[in-house]
Design a protein around this ligand. Structure first.
Ligand SMILES: Nc1nc2c(c(=O)[nH]1)N[C@H]1C(S)=C(S)[C@@H](COP(=O)(O)O)O[C@H]1N2
Ligand SMILES: [Mo]
Length: 376
């Protein structure tokens, strides 16, 4: 090693604190990335990638230092198992993230490699907390050595950024499955193929197929007249099927080309057809107090959008030229361009105009489907 390289170094405590800060940044950017779906949000994903690669460097640096405390059994104390566990979880989270980027896949029942990455990241939060209870040492300003420290950090970020660049080159040259990803990291699946794209549910939602005769859509809340419409009042006429409800013509002419981008790592681009939400709201005489619009599934799953955005969203009955299948949310599902897949509520039965945002939706998306009676 050249002496110049050795001059770039951080004290052990600074390495540990840098790892801590990076883990916090990775947790934050990772969580934010899950609700980021507009191209302007790319920076969150790039920061998460480069941060993770910097972590790789620091973690190996640290492991080199503490290796002996693990390999010599006599050096073990009661906190060592937690440290070992933390090392395993961290390497697992970093490894699964890198494997994903380089085109890897893993089938874990309904989940994949990206879910494993997220899961390990969340487990890591708990293990870090326990590790800190045993090993916490306050940061010291004396560890910061001016120019040398600054240059060390610059080198670290430089290595991370360079590795991130090389990832693109590597994927391109080897034409891996990681080559053709969206800015969110998601890979293309079944675009334009009608219903032939993955069916995903976020946690436990799995209702029985919906009988369209019994189903209806209601528009409630901050509206001057509550609306309820049956399937015939919504679905576009399908070759020769007559007998539409009043209002059907004006409602059903909505059309959007939009990308469903699931946080488990795939996206799919389709032409969606159905009812423009703005038309429904206008028909129900939405009041001036309404600021948010919540979309509720028969299962209790729900999500809300600011009213301006909601107006331009679509409640789709069709994908491509096909009626939605049950798995994709028939008879009606939300199409919310620029939002991540989990916000595209399936099996919608209620549209509620609201004065305020709906904080309960976060709970609803996690618990809906667990009680089994469809009222999560
Ligand atoms: N009611 C309900 N809607 C839902 C979900 C769910 O679990 N329940 N999953 C969401 C998730 S995570 C995604 S990615 C998309 C998937 O839509 P698809 O199954 O048509 O591909 O639906 C969303 N809408
Ligand atoms: Mo999803």
């Amino acid at each position: 090693m050249s002496t110049r390289f050795e001059r770039l170094s951080l004290s052990p405590r600074l390495v540990d604190w840098s790892i801590f800060v990076l883990l916090a940044l990775e947790l934050g950017s990772g969580l934010v990335s899950l609700v980021t779906g507009r191209p302007g949000g790319w920076v969150v994903f790039v920061a998460h990638s480069i941060g993770g690669l910097c972590l790789v460097v620091l973690v190996f640096w640290k492991l080199k230092r503490v290796r002996k405390r693990v390999t010599r059994l006599a050096a073990w104390d009661r906190a060592t198992p937690v440290s070992v566990l933390l090392a395993a979880v961290t390497l697992g989270a970093l490894g699964s993230g890198i494997a994903w980027v380089l085109g890897g896949s893993l089938a874990l029942g309904p989940w994949g490699l990206l879910n494993l990455h997220i899961g390990l990241g969340l487990v890591g939060v708990v293990v870090v907390a326990i590790h800190l209870r045993h090993r916490f040492r306050p940061p010291r300003t004396s560890d910061i050595e001016g120019r040398r420290t600054v240059l060390s950090y610059l080198a670290l970020v430089g290595i991370g950024a360079l590795a991130w660049r090389l990832q693109g080159t590597f994927n391109g040259l080897l034409k891996t499955a990681g080559a053709d990803r969206r800015f969110t990291g998601s890979r293309e699946e079944g675009s334009g193929a009608g219903n032939d794209f993955p069916v995903t549910s976020w946690v436990a939602d799995d209702p029985d197929p919906i009988d369209v005769e019994a189903w209806e859509l209601t528009v409630t809340g901050e509206v001057d007249r509550d609306l309820s419409v049956g399937y015939d009042g919504i679905a576009p006429g399908e070759g020769g099927e007559g007998g539409s409800e009043a209002g059907q013509e004006e409602r059903n002419n909505g059309h959007l080309r939009a990308t469903l981008d699931c946080t488990s790592g795939w996206y799919s681009v389709h032409d969606w057809r159905g009812v423009r939400v703005g038309n429904l709201l206008a028909e129900a005489d939405v009041t001036e107090n309404a600021r948010w619009v919540s979309f509720r599934s028969v299962t209790g799953y729900r999500w809300s959008l600011p009213i301006e955005e909601a107006r331009d969203a679509l409640l789709a009955t069709h994908v491509g030229d096909e009626r939605l299948t049950h798995g994709h949310g028939a008879p009606l599902r939300l199409v919310a361009p620029g939002r991540r897949g989990f916000q595209w509520v399936k099996w919608v039965t209620e549209v509620e105009a609201r004065e305020r945002k709906d904080p309960g939706q976060w709970l609803a998306v996690f618990v809906s489907g667990f009680d089994g009676d469809g009222e999560g």
